[in-house]
Design a protein around this ligand. Structure first.
Ligand SMILES: NC(=O)c1ccc[n+]([C@@H]2O[C@H](COP(=O)([O-])OP(=O)(O)OC[C@H]3O[C@@H](n4cnc5c(N)ncnc54)[C@H](OP(=O)(O)O)[C@@H]3O)[C@@H](O)[C@H]2O)c1
Length: 351
């Protein structure tokens, strides 16, 4: 059965509207009629640098929310017509698992039922950014605090610094730091996000534009900071967040973006530190991501995890999606945007 999709055919080229066949769910998968698909910065890197995609015919977007259209063999968790959300696979399933089309496949064990209290759009604000933050804090490839937490030590006397607290991933990191039980949750962000970050669980918000960010953090943590999670720093800029770690106790640093630390900074850390580059993929870290997807609906209902602000684009509108990806490329601030592939943009635009 044919469907519409937006595809990338050449690096740096614009997305183009095409017809392609609806995928069929394999064992363990469901076919989803997509009601909302979220764009993220990695989609721009996919279009322009080929990150996680194979050209031609690549399809972007991995935040998926929609209705189950059919189920593959071995799926007992979902039935046709269920409201479902999940992070579609960047590994192995290629364009069939991506969101800028009318139907895609999701793996059932790393997907969840959308609670009745939230919309498709709200659900689609969660998968990619929540998983990245959750992996960064909980998984052994990140800070490694564990989930479900086998309590080796309580974290209530520990602080965590979240660099890039104002990002979507940073806001989820605040919530998962609270869930993990950190006593002090220090978000570095613009003060415009302060109220929201405090509501999500930050105990302190340090203005990231202040000339003395390091000194302000030191006032809060002394020489005892062991945990730093970083959503934004790249290149040598990772020296600054690492400099915040204790000089006398071994520190843990996890970043979502590749970078490096100068030798000068590293030398100051007399007890050493571990530096982890995080890949927030449900399919790669099933040990904690399957439990994440088993719990996420309850966390939404009980308020542990809150959905984020969003904007919408109706239909597979290549021009609007290209313009949004250009904003990520050009560093223009954007609201998290959800594409609704099964809405007719020509109808909406004419009303
Ligand atoms: N490794 C992975 O698995 C993974 C997964 C998801 C995302 N990522 C990466 O993580 C990064 C963040 O993604 P996102 O979607 O969370 O970002 P986002 O929501 O688009 O980030 C926008 C916000 O970042 C803050 N910001 C901008 N420049 C900053 C800077 N120099 N220092 C600190 N904060 C800054 C601003 O907030 P304030 O002005 O309010 O502070 C801005 O509103 C991207 O590079 C993305 O590709 C990686």
């Amino acid at each position: 059965m044919p469907q519409n999709a937006l595809v990338v055919n050449e690096l740096g080229g614009p997305l183009a509207l095409v017809e392609r066949a609806r995928p069929s769910p394999l064992a363990g998968e469901v076919l989803v009629r997509i009601e909302a698909a979220g764009l993220n910065p990695h989609d721009q890197k996919g279009r322009d640098n080929g990150l996680f995609v194979n050209l031609p015919g690549a399809i972007l977007a991995n935040d998926i929310a929609g209705l189950v259209e059919s189920v593959g063999s071995n799926v007992t968790k979902f039935n046709k017509g269920d409201r479902i959300f999940g992070q579609s696979s960047l590994l192995g399933r290629g364009p069939d698992a991506a969101g800028l089309q009318q139907y895609c496949v999701l793996e059932a064990d790393v997907s969840a039922h959308i609670p009745p209290s939230i919309s498709f759009e709200e659900a689609a604000t969660i998968p990619v950014n929540a998983i990245a933050s959750f992996v960064a804090i909980s998984h052994s490839t990140g800070l490694g605090v564990g989930f479900p937490r086998v309590v080796k030590e309580s974290l209530d006397k520990q602080n965590i610094v979240i660099v890039g607290g104002g990002t979507s991933t940073g806001k989820f990191a605040v919530q998962f730091a609270k869930l993990a039980g950190f006593g002090g949750i220090i978000a570095l962000a613009s003060l415009a996000s302060e109220d929201e970050l405090r509501e999500l669980g930050a105990t302190h918000v340090v203005d990231r534009h202040a000339p003395d960010v390091g000194a302000r953090v030191e006032t809060l943590v002394g020489d005892d900071l062991i945990y730093v999670v970083d959503m934004v720093s790249r290149g040598d800029n990772q020296s600054f967040p690492v400099s915040l770690l204790s000089n006398t106790q071994k520190g843990e640093y996890a970043s979502l973006v590749p970078g490096k630390v100068t030798e000068e900074t590293a030398k100051l850390k007399k007890a050493g530190f571990e530096r982890k580059g995080v890949l927030g993929l449900s399919h790669k870290h099933r040990d904690i991501c399957v439990p994440f997807w088993d719990n996420i609906s309850d966390w939404i209902v009980d308020g542990t995890v809150k959905v984020q602000r969003y904007a919408v684009v109706d239909g597979l509108d290549a021009e609007k999606v290209n313009a949004l990806l250009d904003c990520y490329r050009d560093g223009v601030p954007t609201t998290k945007t959800l594409i609704r592939p099964n809405k007719l943009f020509s109808v909406r635009d004419s009303t």
